[in-house]
Design a protein around this ligand. Structure first.
Ligand SMILES: C[S@@+](CC[C@H](N)C(=O)[O-])C[C@H]1O[C@@H](n2cnc3c(N)ncnc32)[C@H](O)[C@@H]1O
Length: 306
């Protein structure tokens, strides 16, 4: 039996992926059976270390071997690592992720940070505040907030059933008991009693946080293939990318308490127009713009805290 046969047989479960790849890289004793391995070696060099970390210290079986080969092939076709690994990180926390659900972006961490900063500045620590996360995706923002304070009651909504399913799994993963996951098309399903349309009763929130879709159709066409693997509905907004800001700001007042914070991620160069909508629809609010690490205007907060 050749070395490679031994390596990948189900019986020899002593080998880790690391052993396997070390062997492959060192190119010792490449046997006939290792032809496929040779092909992999040539593409290994183009794959970032992050990919391999996922396999380190695990036992390699022949089934695993086939899986790893498939993953490499998918990777070559530009599939995102998060979708391959079914896991991603946001604010140093792991989140389950699946194809069809938006992958949280590093840039969005500033939205979380500024939300927490403003809450700490204007609300007492012990206060039981109600937060609504619109377009929660895999639940990353809602769950991070929930973990920061068990006093905060978070409702996380999304229109996508797939996203809600993954968000629910993440709630369980993080034991985030103060997060409620709900299906809702923006505020639509949050109205308590739909029969009495004229006297609609709605839950009111102290804080509304959102990272809505904000890419225009025109911009979408120019996006890199790998970004387009994300669900289009999570990225693109009508009205040149402003549809969600217009709808949310138009309807937000009836879902907010007297003292409130509305905080939103905005796209590159969208600040001016979003500010105009805010000033028109929420003239009583103070507004603030925050930059991301790259110095881009990324977050807009509108608040009334007096
Ligand atoms: C850009 S992703 C943000 C995901 C996550 N909050 C984050 O920041 O990483 C936008 C999310 O909005 C959701 N969405 C799109 N249209 C919606 C609607 N009409 N009502 C509620 N959610 C919607 C999408 O399914 C997607 O999960």
């Amino acid at each position: 039996m050749t070395f490679m046969n031994k390596k990948f047989s189900e019986k020899s479960k002593r080998y880790s992926y690391n052993d396997c790849w070390n062997y492959a890289f060192q190119r010792k004793k490449i046997s006939v059976e290792a032809k496929r391995q040779k092909e992999i070696i040539s593409i290994c060099q183009t794959i970032p270390a992050e990919f391999w970390l996922n396999f380190s210290n695990k036992i390699l079986t022949s089934t695993n071997y086939r899986q790893i080969c498939q993953k490499i092939q998918q990777y070559q076709k530009n599939t995102s690592l998060a979708y391959l690994n079914k896991e991603t990180y946001f604010y140093n926390l792991p989140f389950k992720i699946e194809k069809g659900v938006f992958i949280p972006q590093k840039d969005t961490e500033i939205l979380l940070e500024k939300t927490v900063e403003l809450i700490n500045q204007y609300w007492k620590k012990s206060k039981r505040i109600k937060i609504l996360d619109i377009g929660t995706g895999c639940g990353n923002l809602a769950i991070c907030l929930a973990k920061i304070s068990p006093q905060w009651q978070i409702t996380a909504i999304d229109i996508s059933k797939k996203a809600l399913k993954v968000a629910q799994k993440n709630v369980q993963l993080h034991q985030a008991k103060n997060v409620k996951i709900k299906k809702s098309n923006l505020f639509h399903e949050l109205v308590k009693n739909k029969k009495t349309v004229n006297q609609q009763q709605t839950e009111r929130y102290n804080i509304i946080i959102t990272n809505p879709p904000y890419i225009s159709e025109r911009e979408y066409k120019k996006l890199h293939f790998s970004t387009k693997q994300q669900p289009k509905k999570a990225l693109v907004a009508k009205n040149d990318g402003y549809w969600f800001y217009e709808k949310i700001i138009q309807q937000v007042q009836q879902h907010l308490t007297k003292k409130f914070l509305l905080i939103m991620e905005v796209g590159h160069q969208q600040k001016e127009k979003v500010l105009k909508i805010l000033i028109r629809k929420l003239p009583q609010a103070k507004v603030k713009v925050f930059l991301d690490l790259a110095g881009k205007e990324r977050v807009i907060a509108a608040y009334k805290v007096w």
